[in-house]
Ligand binder design. Structure first.
Ligand SMILES: Cc1cc2nc3c(=O)[nH]c(=O)nc-3n(C[C@H](O)[C@H](O)[C@H](O)COP(=O)(O)OP(=O)(O)OC[C@H]3O[C@@H](n4cnc5c(N)ncnc54)[C@H](O)[C@@H]3O)c2cc1C
Length: 368
């Protein structure tokens, strides 16, 4: 008999898993909001950058590449458009570029070193102190996040997944070997509950009687700036090697993040005035653009395990409770491989990516 699997949370984590399960299981996708991408999934910077997230995440990013390059039927094409990644160091911090290059060499990241001349050619609007040297990551892309998410949800529904929206899970009761799941839109019976609740993942685990894993939502701010001159659309997504900002052009504007990671609580996150001001200030210190106005801003919660690695697998102590959480800042670029890995573990199939580093049991041990 096909297992009955209830996935709580229809953001990128839950949607990619529902799609990967296809018709191998009887799947119900339960979402608290009216619109499944309302929280973190709808608030990303939409880039695919292999070095982002570090070595723990790289296997999932790399294993997602073929899917993005040649999406299966049912997905919009293309899902990716080219957008190089540029890494810079602040004035007086040249060592940061050397350290980053050493990390890239260790992790097998494809990059080229740019000297001052090459950098000026690639990005003429950099402020003087920032234009001495940089690393250009070539294999980087912008992701059509809405199309990716819609592709997962549409494919899952065609394969038989029932999507319940406006359905917040408020209680999880054991019933025989399975679960009775109480939501604000009625009850669902399942053999397995999957926790894909993003910032709410630890709270959902507590409803199931599982030990929370110290998953922490960290707030990140994005601002959209109207700048003079209008940015060249072919500019790279540009990161400070010390992690104090990134920015990229989009539709004639500049998207800027101060790369903030402010501990928060699960909620509909909103940016603080101070973080918006910091974003503008850091952008202005690194470039020669004139900021005309802040056109839009938003914030989202990136949720991390204490070791910042993904959390994918069955709970160590509560049978039938499966974690699909801790997607941090890479839940979009890893989604194809993430969903596949979670589905393979749920269906006890061979996995394409080594699942051991993502085993929730490692965190249960850390918390003891
Ligand atoms: C500013 C910013 C920039 C980012 N940029 C990138 C990027 O460029 N590339 C990249 O790969 N990643 C990026 N990320 C990270 C990425 O957006 C996340 O990793 C990903 O969206 C997480 O998906 P999720 O499904 O875990 O969470 P969510 O999208 O938050 O989904 C969780 C869902 O669970 C639902 N839920 C919670 N509790 C319950 C309950 N009790 N009952 C029912 N439903 C419930 C919520 O309503 C929510 O819809 C960025 C994030 C931010 C904030």
């Amino acid at each position: 008999m096909r297992p009955r699997i209830a996935i709580v949370g229809a953001g990128m984590g839950g949607a990619s898993l529902a799609w990967a399960l296809g018709d191998t299981a009887d799947v119900t996708l339960i979402e608290a909001e009216a619109h499944p991408g309302y929280h973190t999934t709808g608030r990303s910077a939409a880039f695919w950058v292999p070095s982002y997230g570090g070595p723990a995440v790289l296997p999932l990013t790399a294993a997602s590449r073929d899917f993005f390059m040649d999406p299966p039927p049912g997905f919009a094409r293309p899902l990716l458009t080219p957008r190089a990644g540029l890494h810079l160091a602040a004035p007086g911090d040249d060592a940061a570029i050397g350290a980053l290059a050493a990390d890239f060499d260790r992790d097998g990241i494809d990059y080229a070193r740019l000297d001052a001349g090459a950098l000026a050619e690639r990005f003429p609007m950099l402020a003087e102190g920032w234009s001495r040297a940089g690393l250009l990551e070539g294999d980087c892309w912008d992701i059509d996040v809405a199309a990716l998410h819609a592709g997962f949800l549409g494919g899952a529904r065609r394969a038989g997944t029932a999507l319940l929206t406006d359905a917040r899970v408020t209680a999880l009761h054991r019933e025989g070997a399975g679960w009775r799941i109480v939501t604000t839109a009625g009850e669902v019976a399942a053999d397995i509950v999957v926790d894909a609740a993003g910032a709410w993942a630890d709270g959902l685990a507590e409803l199931a009687g599982a030990q929370p894993l110290s998953l922490t939502p960290l707030r990140r701010t994005m601002v959209v700036l109207d700048v003079d001159p209008v940015p060249d659309p072919t500019l790279p997504v540009t990161f400070d090697a010390a992690g104090t900002f990134y920015f990229k052009p989009d539709a004639g504007r500049m998207w800027v993040s101060p790369h903030d990671e402010i501990p928060d609580v699960p909620r509909d996150a909103a940016p603080e005035e101070m973080d918006i001001a910091v974003a503008v200030d850091r952008f202005q210190s690194a470039t020669r653009y004139r900021v005309r106005r802040v056109e839009r801003h938003w914030a989202g919660l990136r949720t991390f395990a204490p070791d910042r690695a993904p959390v994918i697998g069955f709970d160590a102590a509560v049978p039938g409770f499966f974690w699909c959480a801790g997607q941090g800042g890479i839940g979009i670029q890893t989604a194809p491989a993430w969903g596949r890995l979670a589905a393979d573990l749920l269906l006890v199939r061979e996995t394409q990516v080594d699942a051991a580093p993502y085993d929730p049991a490692r965190l249960a041990k850390m918390n003891k």
